[in-house]
Every structure is written in structure tokens, then in C-alpha cells.
Design a protein around this ligand. Structure first.
Ligand code: FE2
Length: 366
């Protein structure tokens, strides 16, 4: 058994300001990587800029990261980073900017290479990175993973390199401006991480500490998430400060869980749906969780996760997710291709502890 968690994590109010010295100590010039709007709206970008200014560390901003960032965007940002001779990268936002920051840090540090090395099994170093999450879902602030959109393959794929952020600065205040859909979908992403990690070939009693903690955090959050759905409005009007904190903790714990095990079939099935139908990542993985639990052969483990989440049966869990996420109609042709893609995705299949065939996978769509 092995446990490895090299990211230095701070989670508190005013986290960026409180730990500005550690942020600044990562290098002499920073590339800040973010999207167009949300990091401005929630104050995270301003906090990072102020922290670096106060520590007299210059920086340049790349704010062109789209949702599900592409290899092309990563290469454009890396070019800016090289021109500006930055020596560390800060990802600010949801999973997209944080994942992109890791890939950008790799490409800046290896100017002799082109984008093909992102998906090649080659030993390479990346520049140091820091992560400032503003959604509670991906856990990218504590994982070594970076998922990019590959337009050439019409899907999303994890890069081959494991790049842990050196520093994660987590402040749940940034969550408060998230809209209802983002908040729910990202929380379901974290739920997928917890379940796919617990019911995983690589699960052991050390790394299950994370998924077990995640399951009990979800049990505390599930009614509040449903309240957000039913009230159909601004989450900040529904959730308490403690709920926002718990959501952040849930996502971080879930990220730590998949750091040790990887994800499994629901994530594998989700990528073509996001690419072809623009279904948000968490929702695209979450709709397959009932099928995943139903197919899992060690039923006592399934009962254990249901109980930890506070559900009396798989039917109750399925009804909850159906109401929280709504239905996604997957066209037959896309579904056939999706199942075929997962059956040839060794990275995901090896994390599922049993043999699984086309018929069984086909039943994941309801
Ligand atoms: Fe995910």
C-alpha cells in the first residue's frame, strides 16, 4: 500500500493573502492562467494579483482558458509564458484552468518539444504550479491529472504526465458566486470521484480513508444540494457558509481519493458526451453512477457506499440523482461509439475490478 500527497494544501478564509509568501516563493515571474469571467467575479484573480504585487513578483495573465481546454489553447498560453520567461504557473478557477496550468507548465519547461509530448510516455519536468480553485468538483488542485480536449480525436483525454501542484490555496468564499448548475454539476463530479475511487481495483484501506470521508461529507451535503435544485436560484441564497466550506472540503477529499486510484468507467463514458453534446463534465459522469453501482459485483461494497451516503437502496440513490441532474438523452449512434471507446480504454477498464463486456456497459444508459 502506498500514500503520496506532495501538494502543500492550505484551506481557510483569505487563504491567498495569508500564504502570499509561499505563493511568491515558487519563482521569479508568474504566468496566471484563468478563464474570461468567473475568477474576476469571485475575486480570486484580484487576490492572486494583489498577493504577487505585495511580494514584488511580476506576472503576466493568460485569461483565454475555455471550458474543457484544448491542446491548442495550452500551446498558445505556453508560447506567451516562454516569451515572458516565466518560471512558475498559477491556475485560477475550476478544473479547466487548473488542468491547463499543469500542461502549460510542462510545455514551457520543454521548449524543444511540441504538443505530441503531452500524450507521450516520456519523463519530463514541468515548471512549479500553484492552484487556486473556485469550484468544488474536479479536485485538480490536489491531483496530478490534467484532462485536455483533443479535437483530433473528438474527445477529452488525460495527459500522460503526472503534475502535482506544489501549492493549493483553497478559499470557499470563491464558491459563492457560482451559479446553480455549476455548483450542482461540479459537486456531482466530486461524488463520481469518491465512488469511482472507493469501488476501484486500486482501492485499499489507506486510500479509502479519502473516499470514506468523501462519502460522509456528501451525506451531510445531499439535502443542501437538492435544496439548491428545488429552489432554482442563487446558491448563495440557499447555502450557509459552512455548506460552502463543506463543499470545498468534499471536492478536495475526492480529489485526494482519485489521486491514489484513478477514475473508472463513468468518467470514461463521460468524455464523448461532453465533447459531442456539451454535457458538463460532472453531469456527464454522474448520470452513469447508478449503472456503475448496479453492475459492480461485490454487492456488500455497494451497500456500504449507499449506507455511507445515507441511501437505503440503489433505487433511492438513482431517484435522487435523476432529480438533481435531470435526464440526458444520448443518441443511439453516439452511445454505440461511446461504449466501443470505453471497451478499448485500458486506462479506465483496469480500474474496474471485474471483466465487463459490451452488453453490461450498454445497460449504463437508462
Ligand atoms: Fe471528474
Amino acid at each position: 500500500m502506498q500514500i503520496y500527497m506532495p501538494t502543500n494544501i492550505y484551506s481557510e478564509r483569505n487563504c491567498v493573502r495569508n500564504h502570499k509568501r509561499e505563493l511568491a516563493s515558487l519563482g521569479k515571474k508568474a504566468l496566471l492562467v484563468t478563464g474570461k469571467h468567473s475568477s474576476r467575479r469571485n475575486g480570486s484573480l484580484e487576490d492572486v494579483e494583489t498577493a504577487l504585487q505585495e511580494e514584488k513578483v511580476p506576472f503576466v495573465l493568460f485569461d483565454g482558458i475555455e471550458e474543457n481546454p484544448s491542446v491548442e489553447t495550452v500551446m498558445r498560453a505556453a508560447e506567451l509564458g516562454r516569451e515572458e520567461q516565466v518560471d512558475f504557473v498559477v491556475g485560477i478557477g475550476g478544473g479547466s484552468p487548473m488542468d491547463a496550468a499543469k500542461a502549460i507548465a510542462l510545455m514551457i519547461a520543454n521548449p524543444q518539444e511540441d504538443e505530441r509530448i503531452l500524450f507521450a510516455p516520456k519523463e519530463l519536468q514541468a515548471l512549479p504550479t500553484a492552484a487556486v480553485p473556485t469550484t468544488a468538483g474536479t479536485g485538480s488542485e490536489v491531483t496530478p491529472y490534467a484532462i485536455l480536449t483533443l479535437h483530433s480525436h473528438k474527445t477529452k483525454q488525460s495527459i500522460s504526465h503526472k503534475i502535482y501542484p506544489r501549492l493549493a490555496l483553497i478559499d470557499s468564499r470563491y464558491l459563492k458566486t457560482a451559479d446553480q448548475e455549476t455548483l450542482i454539476n461540479t459537486a456531482v463530479d466530486a461524488l463520481s470521484h469518491v465512488l469511482e475511487s472507493y469501488l476501484n481495483t486500486n482501492a485499499n484501506s489507506y486510500n479509502r480513508m479519502y473516499s470514506e470521508k468523501g462519502l460522509s461529507l456528501f451525506a451531510e451535503l445531499r439535502e443542501e444540494l437538492m435544496m439548491c435544485r428545488r429552489q432554482n436560484g442563487n446558491p448563495a441564497a440557499v447555502l450557509s457558509d459552512q455548506a460552502f466550506e463543506r463543499l470545498m472540503q468534499f471536492a478536495v477529499t475526492a480529489g485526494m481519493a482519485i489521486t491514489h486510484t484513478g477514475t473508472s468507467i463513468p468518467h470514461g463514458l463521460s468524455y464523448p458526451l461532453t465533447y459531442e453534446m456539451q454535457v458538463p463534465h460532472g453531469k456527464a459522469a454522474g448520470i452513469f453512477l447508478p449503472g456503475f453501482l448496479a453492475s459492480y459485483q461485490r454487492k456488500e461494497e455497494v451497500l456500504s457506499v449507499l449506507k455511507r451516503m445515507g441511501f437505503a437502496s440503489l433505487e433511492a440513490f438513482t431517484a435522487y440523482l435523476d432529480e438533481l441532474l435531470g435526464k440526458v438523452e444520448i443518441p443511439e449512434g453516439l452511445w454505440i461509439e461511446d461504449v466501443k471507446a470505453v471497451l478499448s480504454n485500458q486506462a479506465k477498464l483496469k480500474n474496474y475490478p471485474f471483466e465487463i463486456g459490451r452488453e453490461a456497459l450498454y445497460a449504463f444508459r437508462r
